[in-house]
Design a protein around this ligand. Structure first.
Ligand SMILES: [Fe+2]
Length: 341
């Protein structure tokens, strides 16, 4: 198959006609111009040009810096410079800028031109194949990355379920905390990517409870001091489990500090006020509210009104008062989990 269109831009009429006739004889469709202005008009419409022969005197400034312009517009287009023996340095400059080959006017030979054109065709086809292959590879790697992500999230969710079933009274807790945190962050005006992080943080915040002793995890009653001291390790264990696979610091900090208190009396580090990462201040409210409105082995779920009152009462001590204000502006019905994935 021949190239569809070969564009010839050559000032000298006899050379232009010679090139055109040689190429037409081989069956190519040739469009020729004597100036870059005329050619530019045609090229603005981005026709399917397969090869360009360009007069050296029109490649640079005199031709309106045509060579760099066309290189950007048609990155795969092979360009053959039509030059003279006197203009070697300009020709080499063009080659550096991406021209494929050159022919010298004074020693023009039809067969030489045909060989170069054939090689240019092969070059273009290889470049196109290469680009296509890269695109296919990129698509494949995106596909495998999203499959891996799916498998990884599936495994983590399975771990969360295992933890919740082991603790019994925690079934659905992580999902509800994620939902409440999401609603608060949406009300604050978090961007989509940050909301996704809050959701992931909420789903996995208590995964570290898997590392808590069986006698504490399944205890049907209040914990003593020693037991509570051991339970306090769970945010750090969560981070230890997740950090090899979740590298995002916003998610990890949200999880690590979800039991800090605004007055500095929380754990694991006793951070105070705005030292506590914002995601963790949101999750602290969501976690406490979810816990209060759910049944626990040693107590029944609190009525919604009472639980909201408790959150309000602890604004400024346990919780960030600004987050509490936002939380209280959301009706309970809006906090329930929707179809979140
Ligand atoms: Fe927790």
């Amino acid at each position: 198959m021949k190239l569809d269109i070969i564009l010839v831009i050559e000032q000298e009429k006899n050379i232009r006609e010679l090139i055109t006739a040689t190429l037409q004889e081989k069956g190519y469709i040739v469009t020729s111009f004597s100036t870059t202005e005329e050619a530019t008009k045609l090229l603005q419409e981005k026709p399917d040009i397969n090869l360009l022969l360009l007069d050296i005197s029109l490649a640079g400034e005199k031709g309106g810096n045509f060579l760099p312009w066309i290189g950007r517009k048609y990155p795969d287009l092979p360009i053959i410079i039509v030059t003279t023996a006197m203009e070697l340095s300009e020709t080499l400059k063009c080659m550096k800028e991406g021209a494929f080959a050159y022919i010298i006017k004074s020693s023009f030979h039809p067969e030489e031109l045909n060989i170069i054109v054939e090689k240019a065709r092969e070059f273009k086809s290889l470049k196109e194949q290469n680009r296509k292959l890269i695109k296919e590879l990129q698509a494949k790697s995106i596909e495998s990355a999203s499959k891996l992500k799916e498998i990884f999230l599936g495994s983590l969710n399975a771990l969360v379920k295992t933890m919740e079933i082991r603790d019994g009274y925690l079934v659905g807790h992580s999902r509800r905390v994620a939902s409440i945190s999401l609603k608060i962050s949406r009300k604050i005006g978090f961007a989509d990517n940050l909301r996704k992080k809050i959701l992931l943080g909420g789903n996995f915040h208590d995964i570290g409870r898997l590392g808590i002793r069986d006698d504490i995890a399944g205890k049907n009653g209040p914990l003593n001091e020693e037991e509570f001291g051991h339970l306090k390790k769970h945010p750090l264990i969560s981070v230890e489990i997740l950090s090899p696979v979740i590298r995002d610091s916003f998610i990890l900090k949200t999880i690590k500090h979800h039991h800090e208190r605004f007055d500095g009396k929380g754990y694991p580090l006793g951070l105070k006020g705005e030292e506590i990462p914002l995601g963790a201040r949101i999750m602290a409210v969501a976690d406490a509210y979810e816990a209060m409105t759910s049944h626990r082995p040693h107590r029944k779920a609190l009525p919604i009104k009472i639980a909201r009152g408790e959150i309000e009462k602890n604004a400024g001590t346990q919780f960030d008062p600004e987050i509490v204000k936002i939380f209280l502006s959301l009706p309970h019905a809006d906090l329930l989990p929707e179809n979140i994935s």
